[in-house]
Design a protein around this ligand. Structure first.
Ligand SMILES: NC(=O)c1ccc[n+]([C@@H]2O[C@H](COP(=O)([O-])OP(=O)(O)OC[C@H]3O[C@@H](n4cnc5c(N)ncnc54)[C@H](OP(=O)(O)O)[C@@H]3O)[C@@H](O)[C@H]2O)c1
Length: 346
């Protein structure tokens, strides 16, 4: 089968140049694995960071590629079940599914066939096309965990910073569906999109400091961008009972470069200190993301997708080396807005 593969770990910023299209053996499903013919995948910034060994500044969560043991990156996927391990109970050949390959595994989603634990797959709703379903996996799981952390009630008023990205687009829709009012923060090119997603007010962070435009009570801020400036701005619109939820933390674009263990410990210590301090003197600070058992939330993501809650799509690229390289560069330079979908059928 065809797969994008690495035989050595690329230096930070060089995944696009290091990756190659290879003919490799089809994966053999483990006990609880489902064999999926992949019809669509996506490019997430974290796919790049895991492959380059710079995830969260350099936490080594992905396997190291070697010449005899290539690694295929890629996490989001949708496709059709073509086989299963002996322990699989919930899915059968012919089922249309979507889900997320966890980063610890060496054979990811940028391949024609992927072996994936059944707990990280769910049936694809009939009314959601394969490319949209693939785009829902990580975006939906991260958005869901962030929205839970915000503890929304009907009538809550929140600010979503990065409202029109892959995660932000789903988070805005989850929040408005839960009865919250959302103020979206995004760049000038995406203001209309933010309104379409359901924001009641959209603030463009390039024109003015968005926090100065907010004069009403805010219950929570969801930060999908990261960095000290967003944290400072977010805290300035919250009172002590408010909650600041981030999926990134104090360092913007963390993962773009290695921080070394000293840098990683510094960032984690900052996060830990923020969490502890915020318990005594609000607003509460929460760093969140999908945990080890998050696969079961895919069912909720599927239910939402079936009702039209889908992430914004940046572009769709065919599964071929040059278009993939261009798309990887686009994602690595943060030029995408929303998910880049990989169409495995082209
Ligand atoms: N915690 C977790 O488990 C987890 C999992 C996956 C991803 N993440 C992280 O989540 C973040 C978002 O991922 P994504 O895939 O949704 O990214 P994305 O689709 O590339 O979207 C990023 C968004 O950020 C906006 N943005 C950039 N700078 C901004 C600023 N200064 N103020 C306000 N908005 C700004 C962009 O808007 P414009 O284009 O309009 O400027 C864009 O909408 C990434 O940093 C990623 O590493 C965390």
């Amino acid at each position: 089968m065809r797969a994008l593969a690495l035989t050595r770990r690329p230096a930070p910023g060089t995944l696009a140049d290091s990756i190659g299209m290879s003919e490799i053996a089809e994966p053999r499903p483990g006990f609880r694995d489902v064999l999926v013919r992949v019809l669509a995948s996506t490019i997430n910034i974290d796919d790049i960071h895991v492959a380059e060994g710079t995830f969260y500044g350099g936490i080594p969560i992905g396997p190291r590629p070697r010449p005899g043991r290539p690694v295929t990156p890629g996490s989001d996927l949708s496709g059709v079940v073509i086989g299963a391990g002996k322990g699989v109970r919930s899915l059968h050949a012919g089922d249309a599914v979507f889900g997320v390959q966890i980063p610890f595994r060496s054979k990811g989603a940028w391949a024609e066939i992927c072996a994936i634990d059944e707990r990280w797959l769910t049936p694809k709703p009939d009314n959601v096309p394969f490319p949209c379903a693939a785009a829902c996996g990580i975006s939906g799981l991260v958005a869901l965990s962030a929205i839970r952390a915000l503890k929304l009630r009907r009538g809550s008023r929140i600010v979503v910073v990065g409202a029109t990205g892959g995660i932000g687009g789903m988070a805005v829709q989850f929040a408005t569906r839960a009865g919250a009012e959302v103020i979206g923060v995004c760049g000038p090119a995406h203001v209309d999109r933010a309104y379409q997603l359901g924001c009641s007010l959209v603030l463009d962070y390039k024109t003015q400091p968005w926090e100065r435009e907010i004069s009403t009570h805010i219950d929570g801020v969801l930060d999908l961008v990261g960095g000290g400036d967003v944290e400072h701005a977010g805290r300035s619109v919250l009172d002590r009972d408010g909650i600041f939820v981030t999926v990134v933390g104090p360092e913007r674009f963390i993962g773009d470069r290695p921080l070394g263990w000293t840098g990683i410990v510094r960032v984690l210590a900052t996060v830990g200190w923020r969490i502890v301090k915020s318990r005594f003197r609000g607003p509460r600070y929460v760093l969140t993301g999908p945990g080890a058992g998050a696969g079961r939330d895919l069912r909720k993501v599927a239910e939402a997708a079936a009702t039209g809650i889908l992430p914004p799509i940046d572009s769709t690229v065919p599964f071929a080396l040059q278009p993939m390289r261009q798309a990887l560069r686009r994602a690595a330079e943060h030029r995408n807005n929303g998910r880049i979908v990989v169409d495995m059928t082209r």
